[in-house]
Design a protein around this ligand. Structure first.
Ligand SMILES: Nc1nc2c(ncn2[C@@H]2O[C@H](COP(=O)(O)OP(=O)(O)O)[C@@H](O)[C@H]2O)c(=O)[nH]1
Ligand SMILES: Nc1ncnc2c1ncn2[C@@H]1O[C@H](COP(=O)(O)OP(=O)(O)O)[C@@H](O)[C@H]1O
Length: 210
């Protein structure tokens, strides 16, 4: 059985990664499995352990890092966030796609370890909208917003490391683009192409790089 595809959605804080991921999860009919991250941040009202995150203590998180249980991890606003390795590997080995929604630092770590993944950078239509979204959450002081914007500009510079850039202008359109990327990445896989040629009745001498 062929392995599943790893899909990594990343981008600067406040660009709308969580929002677009929720839209994709809402639409998803089992094409991919969302990998639930582990975090040391406080659970927010309405969140559920094991659904939104695995909420853990800092000691437990640090132990998991020591035991090499994290595929990647990063610190964000004083808390740890990371992707448990085992679940990702087992799911890919079962032939199912895995979807990660992580920050840019984490995505660069995954790229080192799993370069075959599909890396998608979610970008704001412009910096003014990004500032508006961060401000709109109402959680940050003006000084913190400036710091987040500086960090975001540095992160946007890493867009060139990704396979695709998707503009998050309208959530449903960003989700459409990501679905199209996933679909076409699947079509790139040689086995699928060969099967498709057979269905079309075209002579099977097509070669791909995969
Ligand atoms: N590196 C890494 N970042 C993550 C992971 N899970 C979530 N994040 C990122 O951590 C940041 C903070 O997430 P969260 O606390 O849910 O807050 P919010 O998305 O800013 O509302 C976001 O940029 C997430 O994309 C993870 O497993 N690894
Ligand atoms: N396409 C969009 N247009 C307008 N606002 C958006 C869009 N996508 C997300 N937002 C808003 O921007 C804010 C940040 O989104 P969020 O998903 O928390 O970002 P991230 O997970 O990247 O930090 C939220 O208030 C969200 O409702």
């Amino acid at each position: 059985m062929s392995k599943g595809m790893l899909i990594v959605l990343s981008g600067p804080s406040g660009v709308g990664k969580g929002t677009v991921r929720q839209e994709l999860t809402r639409r998803n009919k089992g094409q991919f499995i969302y990998s639930v991250s582990m975090t040391t941040r406080q659970m927010r009202p309405g969140e559920e352990n094991g659904v939104d995150y695995f909420f853990s203590s800092e000691d437990d998180f640090k132990q998991a890092i020591k035991d090499d249980q994290m595929l990647e991890y990063n610190q964000y606003v004083g808390n740890y966030y990371g992707t448990p390795r085992k679940y990702v590997e087992q799911t890919l080995n079962r032939g199912q796609d895995v979807f990660l929604e992580i920050d840019v630092g984490g995505a660069m770590q995954v790229k080192e370890k799993m370069p075959d993944g599909v890396f998608i950078f979610l970008t704001p239509p412009d910096l003014q909208s990004l500032r508006g979204r961060i401000t709109g959450r109402g959680t940050d002081s003006p000084a913190t917003i400036d710091r987040r914007m500086d960090r975001a500009v540095n992160e946007i510079n890493l867009m060139k490391e990704y396979d695709y850039a998707v503009v998050n202008d309208v959530v449903s359109l960003a989700a459409d683009r990501i679905e199209a990327i996933i679909e076409s990445e699947h079509l790139k896989v040689e086995r699928v192409i060969q099967d498709y040629l057979k269905v079309l009745g075209v002579k099977n001498d097509y070669k791909t790089n995969y």
